[in-house]
Design a protein around this ligand. Sequence first.
Ligand SMILES: [Zn+2]
Ligand SMILES: [Zn+2]
Length: 93
Amino acid sequence: MKAKFICYHLRNTGKICGKGSTRPEGCRSHFKAKKRQPCSACSRPTKIDKPIGVDNDLCSNCNKSNYQIRHVNMLRDKAQMFDQYSEEISFQG
Ligand SMILES: [Zn+2]
Ligand SMILES: [Zn+2]
């Protein structure tokens, strides 16, 4: 495979990737970067393929707070279930 193009993907360091590439979109690891859309909250580029259960326009960074809220809710639900369960047990006793 001959590299006809140079990847112009801008890295976090502010420099371009510079890798040889067979496609104009960029090197193997960066040609998919074009398929990103800006986050609706912080406008950073975010992946379009999201983990299951996430269907918003937020980047993974902005979604982190959502995950934490969901996790706390889940723990609270579990605690409530356990409370109900132990109440039933004590009721039978
Ligand atoms: Zn690249
Ligand atoms: Zn964001």
